[in-house]
Design a protein around this ligand. Structure first.
Ligand code: SF4
Length: 377
């Protein structure tokens, strides 16, 4: 039996078998990935989430070479949002029916731990119905250094103050050789897994992430996928819950120090890697398409390469868009619904755990006049 037949038959592929997938014609790999996607998630439906990104500070002392978002504390446009400013952004989200924020920032050495606790308490008191998925493993590592406390204590207290989830940003390629070149001070892969495992043990929502285009080898990409798969096995067996989804996107270098030094990834590479991720990650049912990095049109095609989810509205994506120098900072529900339904699927609004909240009235949404300032990229 060849490697794709093994995969479609539901067998777990080894590292060598996954490596072999990169040498096969993409349409064949895609067909296998699509078959697995149809088996592992609702075959008629593509989901999406109405949410908002909030970047509470851009001050950061990690200084990743691939980041155009961060500032030092001395730069003129460095900022820390006030609690009411963050609240106002939440109200804008609630006005369009969203009830979840993804709140992340730089590793700001001037913000004490109490500031985070006060922020969560304030937001939960003002907006009790809004879920707060916030802070990356990198930010928690920064708090470990500032406070001298470990992630278990920090996350326990953050959860008590209102934290609902710890998204798994900062995964990139979880092989330290790749990470050291792209960002010498970046969180090591062992700490990334340690902190997310702690979050999973506390019942916090998490997702797994991957970024390609650093010049990493296929072996390193496979190593990344297998580490994620192993962690999911561990979390499921120990806690009965693990990563709610896998999100993958491509490195954007245009306005970063990696411009001209890292290759990034083409649409073909993105789709190939997405399909291979679908085949490799037999224990994570939900894979997101990435409109912020690839645009709506490639994200739509990704629905036939293993993705069963169109991501979220975001409203204010500041990190990928700034690095890339494009303006894909948000998606409207109309844009998402249009791309899902044109691809032949039923759009469904979900919650962060991929439970369906509602099936929107597609025709009514498509009949709405599109806002002039929001071109379909
Ligand atoms: S990617 Fe995150 S940790 Fe790295 S410099 Fe940017 S804000 Fe800081």
């Amino acid at each position: 039996m060849d490697v794709l037949s093994h995969a479609v038959a539901g067998e777990r592929l080894s590292a060598d078998e996954l490596r072999e997938l990169y040498s096969l014609p993409l349409p064949e790999v895609a067909a296998a990935a699509n078959e697995l996607r149809l088996k592992r998630s609702n075959p008629q439906v593509v989901t999406y989430l109405i949410d908002r990104n909030i970047n509470y500070t851009n001050i950061c002392n990690v200084a990743c070479n691939f980041c155009a978002f961060y500032r030092t504390g001395k730069q003129k446009d460095a900022y820390v949002l006030s609690f009411p400013q963050i609240g106002q952004k939440i109200e804008e989200l609630m006005n369009i029916g969203g009830r979840r924020i993804l709140m992340q920032g730089g590793v700001n050495p001037d913000l004490p731990f109490e500031w985070y606790l006060d922020l969560l308490r304030y937001l939960k008191q003002q907006y009790p119905e809004v879920r707060i998925d916030a802070f990356s493993p990198e930010e928690i590592l920064g708090l470990e250094k500032i406070t001298g406390r470990d992630s278990l204590e920090l996350l326990t207290r953050l959860k008590e103050a209102g934290l609902d989830g710890l998204p798994g940003a900062g995964g990139e390629i979880l092989v330290d050789e790749v990470r050291a070149k792209a960002a010498p001070a970046r969180i090591k892969s062992s700490d990334w897994f340690r902190i997310l495992q702690t979050a999973q043990g506390l019942g916090l929502y998490t997702i797994a992430s991957m970024v390609i285009g650093f010049g990493e080898t296929y072996e390193q990409r496979v190593a990344h996928l297998i580490k994620i798969r192993d962690q999911q096995d561990r979390a499921m067996s120990q806690y009965g819950q693990g990563f709610a989804a896998f999100a993958m996107w491509t490195l954007q270098t245009e306005h970063t120090r990696l411009k001209g030094k890292a290759p990034g990834a083409t649409a073909h590479e993105y789709l190939q890697q997405l399909a291979i991720a679908r085949i490799a990650l037999d224990n994570i049912p939900n894979l997101q398409a990435s409109w912020p990095s690839m645009g709506f049109k490639v994200a739509q095609v990704a629905l036939y390469y293993g993705a069963n989810d169109f991501g979220s509205t975001m409203l204010e994506e500041n990190v990928v868009s700034v690095a890339a120098g494009h303006h894909r900072t948000h998606a409207t529900v109309r844009q998402i619904v249009r791309h899902i339904s044109d691809a032949g699927f039923t759009p469904a609004e979900r919650d962060p755990f991929y439970n369906i909240r509602q099936y929107p009235d597609v025709q009514a949404i498509l009949n709405e006049k599109p806002p002039v300032a929001q071109p379909l990229a």
